[in-house]
Design a protein around this ligand. Structure first.
Ligand code: AN0
Ligand code: CP
Length: 325
């Protein structure tokens, strides 16, 4: 595997999950694989988990790691071609990418959606520029439309906490309120990966927040949150801004004042509608906005195991890339 953006990039998902468990048992098993290889992690946006877990994964594999925070010390980068660069941006990505590529063997990119130009975001313009102009393997650390390292860790976590081999778990992705416009990358990837996994998958959100059909696939969409939660084994909460599917002009917007949407916040009553479901969120999470204190602190909350599994998903992905060099 050279590039990592979608679930299909891993090939057989069952094999990838087995590899994750192999690595979890002995996370240094492939420590020789990365000797004298360098991973460059480029952050255009903030991060806690992705930064630490991906660095740890590279160290597990014996690699060297360089981290670049574009907004903290690098030249401000122009990303669009054809712009007259008379503003505050000193360097163009089209020079910066091949330069960065000189110093490493693979590149991880965190570059969130701008949430103003749907076409630009959904074409994965920045990620694809890195693929095209670096000549190096590139993996997503949350790009404009996907967050596959997160979705892979989430799937590992669901598999670990589902003990019934006879039945498929019911997994529900629920929208929850948030005061700021957030990308669709996490719900897009979660939907893509759940559709590829052996689970009964339902998506619930207020009208207007329909995710892009290429990620929804054959998943059931239930607008009544209570109905969606009934019998659920896993509740995956996340806010996302309007994907602009039904009304392109609303792309990236918050459709209703969040104060009027607090009935979507996951609280103990919501969880009582489920089959004693586990609660999941990728983090960072705003407490008492997305989820109440008692739900996130309950023994049924998986938010910390999910974050821990980010090291495992990243180790599998970087190992696969190393094996392709
Ligand atoms: C980001 C998002 O919603 O995509 C990152 C999540 C991993 N969240 C925030 O910006 C709060
Ligand atoms: N879940 C996740 O990707 O967290 P960070 O934004 O802190 O990396």
């Amino acid at each position: 595997m050279r590039n990592f953006l979608h679930v299909q990039d891993l090939g057989d998902l069952k094999l990838a999950l087995a590899e994750a468990q192999e690595i979890k048992k002995d996370r240094y098993k492939y420590v020789e694989l990365g000797r004298n290889k360098t991973a460059l992690l480029v952050f255009f946006n903030n991060s806690l988990r992705t930064r630490l877990s991906t660095q740890k994964a590279a160290l597990n594999l014996g690699m060297n790691v360089i981290v670049l925070d574009v907004n903290a010390g690098a030249w401000k980068l122009e990303t669009e071609r054809g712009v007259i660069m008379d503003g505050d941006k000193s360097e163009h990505l089209l020079e910066a990418i091949p330069v960065m590529a000189c110093y490493c063997d693979m590149i991880g990119i965190r570059s969130f959606a701008g949430l103003t130009d749907r076409e630009y975001d959904y074409a994965e313009t920045v990620y694809n520029q890195f693929v095209k102009y670096s000549g190096k393997p590139v993996f997503a650390m949350e790009t404009a439309t996907v967050h596959p390292l997160q979705a892979f860790a989430d799937l590992i976590t669901i598999e670990e906490h589902w003990k019934n081999s006879q039945l498929r778990p019911k997994v529900v992705l629920t929208w929850a309120p948030h005061p700021k416009s957030l990308p669709q990358a996490v719900p897009n990837s979660f939907a893509e990966w759940m559709n590829a996994a052996d689970v009964d998958f339902v998506i619930t959100h207020p009208e207007g927040y329909e995710l892009d059909p290429k990620f929804v696939g054959d998943a059931r969409v239930e607008y009544d949150q209570k109905k969606a939660f009934e019998g659920a084994d896993f509740i995956y909460a996340k806010n996302w801004s309007c994907p602009g599917v039904t009304r392109p002009a609303d792309y990236g917007k918050i459709l209703h004042d969040y104060h009027t949407m607090t009935h979507w916040t996951v609280d103990a009553e919501h969880m009582s509608w489920t089959n004693n479901a586990k609660f999941m969120h990728c983090l960072p999470v705003r407490r008492n906005m997305i989820v109440t204190d008692d739900v996130i602190e309950a023994p049924t909350s998986l938010v910390i195991p999910e974050a821990a599994n980010r090291e495992i998903s990243a180790t599998v992905v970087l190992k696969r890339i190393l094996q392709s060099l």
